[in-house]
Design a protein around this ligand. Structure first.
Ligand code: LLP
Length: 476
């Protein structure tokens, strides 16, 4: 069912070698607190490459030189490492050991079909929040039992599509879990389920998203688990709905869910939220509603600059301790921690200019390509793709800005960089999650290309948009 298209595969002729796991991990242990993203980002490393100064090194993703990638696909381009995605998934999966669990990759973090295929090959499950995300999974043959559907505003049409989503053995088997976020959404789900069952479909499996009233998350815009946020319902309301529909022929309660925020850097809020969910699971059981799934959402943070994220083993230990005694199966919905560090944005310097002592480096990527800096004040490290140690001492503070006509169009402010000139390549780190997917066509700019690196090979997994693409759907 899951296909792999290698037709647009390229072979790298880069002289640089692959970063071996051993070299990289021993180096990152030694230098884990350096501020150089190449030291703490798996699968990316500076290596010598032929043809330039003997001391210069260029950034490689796995076995592929980014200078070469820029030549093939132009800039700006998102580059992802398949090995980095796989190892992030496997590390997290292994950390949970024998606890019955499933990782439901949050499609919203990066939804390119080729990345979803990488996840499907790992036998990941998926968390979707729209009909569009569901459609992507259908196209690559993900079975319904691997899908949970979250989201505060599911439409009737989306609910219908999810009810009819093909299962592995049942053509209309539906998805694993509807994460219901309100009484009104439940009414809609029940009415659609009635029709679906009459037409021969299966009773849907449901969970209620409880708002656990816990504050967590790296930025106010991405914190979701507090009572003043729009997500989920209070326990009192959730309890009422579970009990009211305990014996329903239209829904089968299978789980309980919460998602408390994103870029979370400690286990404390997870423990708080999970303790609450655990007490609700026990309360439900006492009242005859036995749920099998406890879904704690996503949110694990990553290192952008100097954060110290929770390591998977510690995360898993904290969750397991609470979930194991319940006998439930744990679902987690990570997005950022799977793909965040696995992707970078490659850009080229267009101009350098000085205004009253301040230096602006104008690059060909802009806020429409990566909105995180202006939207969340997010800090993504930026380094030159070709690094010459002789230039390191001449670093000075510059602003990296794009061509869009807004002061908010910056990618980094006051970052120390060596002297740059037009044509130089820069890399914007940790852009694999919420990068391309939040891009837009603002200023009638074409969306960037995306490349997936696999060892010494790479594939263009999304071509750069053309001007014709920009007019698609427009009626003149
Ligand atoms: N599950 C649900 C229900 C979610 O709403 C989210 C993210 C996730 C899972 C995945 O969370 P993660 O593991 O990636 O933190 N655009 C923002 C992030 C928004 C996250 C929204 N929900 C950013 O660029 O930081």
């Amino acid at each position: 069912m899951v296909h792999h298209d290698r037709s647009r595969s390229f072979r790298s002729t880069a002289l640089g070698c692959c970063v071996t796991r051993a070299t990289k991990s021993s180096r990152s242990r030694r230098q884990s607190r350096t501020s150089d993203p190449a030291d703490y980002t798996p699968s990316f490393a500076y290596s010598p490459s032929g043809g330039r100064s003997p001391v210069a090194q260029s950034l490689h993703c796995e076995g592929v030189d980014l200078v070469r990638l820029a030549g093939v696909s132009g800039t700006p381009t998102y580059i992802y490492s398949r090995a980095a995605i796989e190892s992030a998934y496997r590390r997290l999966d292994r950390a949970f050991g024998s606890l019955p669990h499933a990782i439901c990759y949050a499609v919203k973090a990066s939804s390119n079909l080729s990345i979803l295929r990488v996840m499907a090959r790992l036998e990941s499950s998926f968390d979707v929040v729209s009909g569009g995300e569901l459609d992507r999974l259908r196209r690559i043959g993900v079975p319904g039992r691997h899908i949970v559907f979250s989201g505060v505003g599911k439409t009737r049409e989306e609910i219908r599509e999810a009810l009819r989503y093909p299962g592995l053995h049942r053509p209309r088997g539906g998805i694993r879990l509807f994460n219901v976020e309100s009484a009104a959404e439940l009414d809609l789900l029940l009415s659609e389920a009635g029709r679906h069952i009459l037409a021969g479909g299966r009773r849907p499996f449901g969970a209620i998203r409880v708002n656990p009233d816990v504050l967590a998350g790296g930025h106010p815009h991405i914190s979701t688990g507090h009572h003043h946020h729009k997500f989920g319902v209070d326990w009192a309301e959730a309890r009422r709905l579970y009990l009211k529909h305990a014996d329903s022929s239209l829904i089968s309660w299978r789980g309980i869910t919460a998602h408390i925020g994103s870029q979370i850097l400690t286990v404390t809020p997870y423990r708080q939220a999970l303790w609450r969910l655990a007490s609700y699971v026990r309360d439900l059981a006492r009242n005859g509603v036995n749920v099998d799934f406890i879904d704690i959402g996503g949110g694990l943070g990553i290192r952008y600059t100097n954060e110290s994220p929770v390591v998977p083993a510690k995360f898993a230990r904290a969750l397991t301790e609470i979930v194991r005694p319940l006998g439930c199966r744990l679902l987690i919905e990570p997005g950022r921690s799977i793909v965040g560090a696995a992707g970078v944005l490659l850009t080229r310097v267009l101009y350098v200019k000085e205004n009253r002592g301040k230096t602006f480096v104008i690059v060909d990527a802009a806020m429409n390509d990566l909105i995180r800096p202006v939207l969340y004040n997010a800090a993504h490290p930026i380094t030159p793709v070709v690094r010459n140690p002789e230039h390191a001492a001449r670093r000075k503070l510059v602003d990296i800005v794009g061509p869009v006509c807004e002061t908010g169009d910056f990618l980094a402010r006051d970052v120390p960089l060596p002297p740059l000139s037009a044509g130089d390549l820069l890399v914007i780190w940790a852009a694999g999650a919420y990068g391309f997917v939040q891009s837009s066509n603002y200023n009638s700019r074409r969306r960037p290309a995306e490349i997936l690196v696999e060892g010494k090979d790479f594939r263009v997994v999304r071509r750069r948009q053309t001007y014709e693409d920009l007019l698609q759907g427009e009626l003149d």
